[in-house]
Ligand binder design. Structure first.
Ligand code: HEC
Ligand code: HEC
Length: 478
């Protein structure tokens, strides 16, 4: 076809005169050297103002909660960094985390002055929370729980995605645990002192040794010297109520309101099946797939998990209420965890219902049945004890809620009142007041040890008296 389609309508405008296709070559205004220098300058200005300036000028004073750390904890920090723990565990809790995190409670929000020590510089703040934040980890669990958890996190926490650290040496593990227990400053150390005292009492009750250099050994020596010690006593010796002393101590580790409490939920197949699935998911790692207290997580524990495949119908400490309280709040000084933040009230009761089917095959058969459930009846000595120690005594009891050491003692023995005296191991007279003094002594000793180590490392430290000060100290239960 021709360009002009019949000569009347041009199909496109006439082609303009040729324009040059390239513009004249221009040279760069900046020389390459200028680009490099300018780029570096911009980069280092940012580094200077964002990194160097704050590090050099922002030196917050130690917070009221800050404490130095021991040499052992300092070594543990190196193990922590070398093994990449910081990639999954942050080291600062935020205000919005406090008591609100999904499955883990942070008792306090971190403050700038919490990271004061040169031994802790650079801070292990991290960013990722693949696992829980560990800034408040001190005293959340006893040392043996940590051992078990490093050996295989799935034993203590069946659904955990944390890798195993069973290749670490004993020294590395000890150091790592010391570091964990040091975190959370004064509050964490107080919690740690409380679980240590709780653990020592359990050991004494089970005729196990406690370490010689502990405040509790000094207290026992003082009691012996004053003649208050019940020489030759045994945990099995009967208390005036007719209960063995061991049982008296154990039931006083449950709040009085729970001693005789019955199941509020009906024993139905649905409830039992739900209870069983919770048990298998969260409890079998320690209490065992057979309920015999010998799950894989129990290997490293000095105080063994409770055995459920035994007669649960008439023992002093096997009421449903006591089971409930233990699962809700954990065991003071033992590896028994506090599930109150992870399980609903109904689910805890469902697992309690299920526990009572274990002696009759609840774990052996695929599905637990209502017929397997056996109720509890209080043994007469317990009834006698409960009648002579009514709940009212505890309600009207005046313990000072502002005394953190007394609050720790109350956590260890939530069933005791300030007028009770209980023989530990059948021999050592224990009162709430003595318990609180034990916690205090253990706490102060830990501070002194950390201070001495930090001083020997040549750190610039505040006065020991300010570290001993209990201003702002709060006991947050694990
Ligand atoms: C891949 C990520 C990951 C790594 C790496 C990791 N963890 Fe964990 N950690 C977790 C998760 C997830 C949990 C929560 C489940 C559990 O308790 O196992 C957890 C839980 C914990 C807890 C229990 C906190 C509590 O009080 O319940 C401690 C302590 C802990 N880790 C310490 C460590 C240490 C120390 C290391 C390094 C040796 C480490 N973790 C490495 C993911 C990790
Ligand atoms: C990390 C190990 C561990 C895990 C996980 C664990 N327990 Fe325990 N549990 C223990 C230990 C150790 C004891 C014994 C010391 C004590 O009574 O405090 C115990 C004691 C108990 C008791 C007290 C019995 C009594 O009357 O004295 C109950 C009830 C109990 N556990 C239920 C559970 C349930 C339910 C779960 C799961 C939701 C669970 N435990 C998970 C270690 C564990």
């Amino acid at each position: 076809m021709s360009d002009t389609a019949g000569g009347r309508y041009p199909s496109h405008p006439p082609i303009p005169p040729q324009v040059p296709q390239t513009s004249p070559r221009r040279t760069m205004l900046m020389s390459p050297a200028m680009v490099v220098i300018g780029g570096l300058l911009a980069f280092f200005t940012v580094v200077f103002s964002v990194v160097i300036l704050p590090i050099e000028t922002y030196k917050p004073p130690a917070s009221d909660n800050w404490l130095p750390i021991t040499d052992k904890a300092h070594d543990g920090r190196a193990v922590f960094l070398a093994n990449g723990c910081v990639y999954c565990h942050s080291g600062f809790s935020r205000p919005q985390d406090v008591y609100e995190a999904l499955y883990y409670t942070y008792p306090r929000a971190s403050e700038p002055g919490d990271f004061h020590s040169v031994a802790e510089s650079p801070n292990v703040l991290g960013t990722a929370r693949t696992g829980p934040d560990l800034s408040q980890e001190g005293g959340q669990h006893p040392d043996t729980w940590h051992l078990s958890h490093y050996d295989n996190p799935r034993s203590t926490t069946p659904l955990s995605i944390m890798p195993r650290f069973n290749f670490l040496s004993k020294d590395e593990l000890d150091a790592l645990i010391a570091y964990n227990q040091s975190r959370g400053g004064k509050d964490g150390t107080l919690r740690n002192a409380a679980i240590r005292v709780g653990n020592q009492l359990m050991r004494l009750n089970m005729s196990m040794k406690v370490e010689p250099d502990k405040p509790i050994t000094a207290m026992i020596d003082r009691l012996k010297a004053s003649g208050a010690y019940h020489e030759g006593g045994k945990p099995s010796d009967k208390s005036p109520s007719g209960l063995p002393w061991m049982a008296v101590w154990m039931i006083n580790s449950f709040e009085r309101g729970y001693w005789m409490m019955k199941d509020p939920l009906d024993v139905t197949k649905q409830n039992l099946i739900r209870g069983k699935s919770i048990y298998l998911q969260r409890c079998s790692g320690c209490h065992g797939a057979k309920g015999n207290g010998a799950g894989p997580g129990a290997d490293d524990l000095t105080i063994s998990p409770f055995v459920f495949n035994q007669d649960l119908t008439k023992k002093p400490m096997t009421s449903s209420g006591m089971f409930y309280h233990r699962i809700l709040t954990g065991g003071p000084g033992t590896a028994m965890e506090n599930f109150g933040t992870r399980l609903s009230v109904e689910d805890i009761w469902r697992v309690v219902l299920f526990l009572r089917t274990i002696p009759n095959g609840g774990l052996e058969e695929d599905l637990p049945t209502v017929a397997m459930y056996e109720p509890w009846t209080p043994p007469p000595p317990l009834k006698n004890y409960v009648e002579t120690h009514p709940i009212g005594d505890q309600v009207t009891d005046k313990v000072d809620p502002t005394d953190p050491f007394m609050m720790a003692a109350r956590w260890i023995a939530p069933g005791m009142t300030s007028s009770d005296e209980i023989l530990i191991g059948g021999a050592i007279p224990m009162t709430l007041d003595r318990l609180s003094r034990l916690v205090r002594a253990d706490y102060m000793k830990m501070i002194d040890d950390a201070y001495a180590d930090a001083k020997a490392r040549g750190e610039d430290l505040p006065k020991l008296a300010s570290l001993h000060s209990t201003k702002g100290l709060v006991f947050h239960a694990p």
